[in-house]
Design a binder for this molecule. Sequence first.
Ligand code: SAH
Length: 372
Amino acid sequence: MSTPTHDTPKPETPLAREMKAVIAANGPITVELYMALCLGHPRHGYYMTRDPLGLAGDFVTAPEISQMFGELIGLWAAEAWRHLGEPSRVRLVELGPGRGTLMKDALRAARALPAFHAAIEVHLVETSPVLRGLQAATLEHSGFAPEWHDAFAQVPDGPTIVIANEFFDCLPVRQYVRGREGWFERLVGLDAKGELAFGLAPAPEPALKRDAPEGALMEFPASQIIAMREITERIAHDGGALLVVDYGHLRTGYGETLQAVRDHGYTGVLDAPGEADVTVHVDFAALAQAARMAGGAVHGPTTQGEFLLNLGIRERAAALREGAPDKAASIDTALARLIDMETRGMGQLFKVMAVAHPAMPLLPGFDRRHDP
Ligand code: SAH
């Protein structure tokens, strides 16, 4: 997700037209609602209408780079299942499974542990009809009959292992800007020409007391925290673990991370609602705190590079090279990309964190654990 900003004039999207009419009639909307509509509007939402993944789409994700990613996560899940006491049924849940590639690779790798493979029930949480269709096609010959859900709450109770790669970044945030008299919520309204424009609520938010220099911007990931609490409560009650992989930071800070990506490059957040992927960087400190408060033990977080190296991605790459010497160069390129620890490299920008039942020992890939 790192290429230059495009600078071409954009025609008004259907979603922009609809939002402008709503704002003209009712007044500005929150950034949170703007982001939710950009991604999830039933007719015009970005994920509702297209497959954004891959070279022909807008961005490429780790499971689409190499089968190694999903395979190692499948083996990670097998280890989590062993630590759960090897229950005879376990829900393997993926949040936002994209094309279904990660799940397909994970299920294949899970065959290495037949008792785990036999225990798995596949549940996919996905709102996009287009991507549900692709997931069904990808998993057609997996030997599993996945069940789809609109939300995690619909997944039946019981021991649960949840995987979320590039999912939390899609859950909308509220933004606040520090003014002289307090924090003002950032809104999307209309400028003098009737175009979408950022503005601030007329009055400060009395409940926000945190001090910061004037002009500081704070993102509050309310919907991410709610999702984290919900999953953690299930895990703490029924047993299980959640693996979160996403771009983001380990410490809570100030500053805008809301971004829009289209055609492998950044574009303005307000430029093409419904036709660009509008996401945020994930605040892992906030998610970790939410998980601990809901009764979960937090493993990590660490960088994606460290996590994959700890799980043995180099050894897996070597085995794949041996099996297919003609593909050695592309295997090496994919490996380098997944563990790239340069500042903007995937191995460094992406972080991995697990949340597990407090009785579980340290899970593979991590070197530290924080109890609730
Ligand atoms: N995990 C995949 C896809 C990441 S893109 C991969 O790594 O390739 C984000 C995914 O989350 C898409 O499948 C999108 O449709 C889904 N999604 C976004 N918001 C969602 C929501 N609120 N509920 C369920 N799924 C959502």
